[in-house]
Design a protein around this ligand. Structure first.
Ligand SMILES: [Ca+2]
Ligand SMILES: [Ca+2]
Length: 347
């Protein structure tokens, strides 16, 4: 009897019936072949003629090559963003230059380029000439730049010049919200080499830390769940010994309070995610991640979020989405830069 009980106890459970996860028929993202362009250390796009397709810009040897000619750069290329200033169809390209290996004394400069040659909007010459964030928020230009060796100030740039809104130590990624709050992504903490953090700077001046993993490298924003509140995509995992301990993690924080947080992806071969872009394709969100070693596309499938490898890159390279007459493509800097069309495989 005892033997029978033992046998029964050891008998394996019947195999569970397979569940058809992933059979919901979500269209998969498909990448076209890599089409080589020209050599580029940086790339940008803007629909400056307003025909619906974004023109391509590239940087090589301190020269900006655009659809309407070339423009020598007086500093190192740092960031770019394109949007229509007046809400019309013609986009302006805003870009920033500053200190770099070949431009050791260059101040931070922000330019506006349309169909005419670039015009200087703003310039600041300080002890650390580095612009760390440049983005469009509700049709306005927002930037974050070092004020001195440690403090980074964020604010609006308009006809009146730079209007500072927030300032924090090593808060290199900053995002203003409509209600007056500013999300600050800090690469490091108060002490050199200490862990950074993600903080909501409340309108009343108080600070509320959010969960996360060490220092923040970049922040993307968009309404991913279409509830009318901005959600955050945050690349964290930074560590001062980044080559050994850096973790290229992407977290999603749902607005408006950002307490619902989840990890969407960890890039296996990268130590950091340096830039995040969002786009939509057939109403579905697409996220473009420029890592330290790879470019990856993040899209939804029936099991959650799926990474698709776009390209291997050098650590200084980056990728941007480009709106084309056919839909969306990814443009990646390199020797040569490449472009890959993005489509959905609807079966
Ligand atoms: Ca165009
Ligand atoms: Ca939302």
């Amino acid at each position: 009897m005892t033997e029978l009980l033992l046998l029964l106890a050891c008998a394996p459970d019947p195999a569970p019936a397979p569940v058809a996860l992933g059979a919901g028929g979500t269209p998969q993202v498909v990448l076209g072949a890599a089409i080589p362009w020209e050599d580029a250390t940086a790339v940008a796009v803007a629909d400056v003629d307003g025909d619906g397709e974004q023109e391509r810009y590239r940087v090589l040897d301190s020269v900006l090559y655009g659809p309407h000619g070339t423009h020598p750069l007086q500093g190192a290329w740092q960031k770019a963003v394109a949007f229509p200033l007046d809400g019309g169809s013609h986009e302006e390209l805003f870009f920033a230059t500053g200190t770099g290996v070949k431009h050791r004394d260059s101040p931070v400069r922000v330019y506006q380029a349309s169909e005419a040659s670039p015009a200087l909007l703003w310039e600041r010459d300080g002890s650390r000439d580095q612009l760390t964030d440049l983005r469009e928020v509700d049709g306005r230009l927002w930037l974050a730049a070092f004020e001195d060796t440690w403090q980074v100030s964020g604010g609006w740039l308009d006809r009146e010049g730079f209007q500072e809104v927030s300032r924090a130590r090593m808060a290199m990624a900053q995002l203003p919200l409509r209600d007056g709050r500013v999300v600050q992504g800090r690469l490091y903490g108060q002490q050199p080499k200490s862990d950074g953090s993600l903080v909501v700077h409340e309108a009343n001046g108080e600070e509320r830390p959010l969960s996360g993993r060490r220092g923040v490298r970049s922040i993307g924003a968009g309404d991913l769940d279409a509830d009318g509140h901005v959600d955050l995509l945050v690349a964290d995992g930074w560590h001062y010994a980044y080559g050994e301990h850096g973790l290229a993690r992407l977290g999603l924080y749902l607005g408006p309070d950002f307490t619902d947080a989840r990890t969407l992806a960890v890039l296996p071969r990268d130590y950091a995610i340096n830039n995040i872009e969002l786009a939509t394709l057939a109403g579905r969100p697409l996220v473009l991640l420029s890592g330290s070693h790879t470019v990856q596309l993040l899209s939804q499938d029936d099991l959650g979020w799926r990474l698709t490898h776009v390209s291997d890159i050098r650590e200084t390279d980056q990728a941007v989405f480009r709106r084309t007459s056919d839909g969306v493509s990814v443009l990646v800097s390199g020797d040569p830069a490449i472009e890959r069309a993005v489509s959905l495989d609807v079966q």
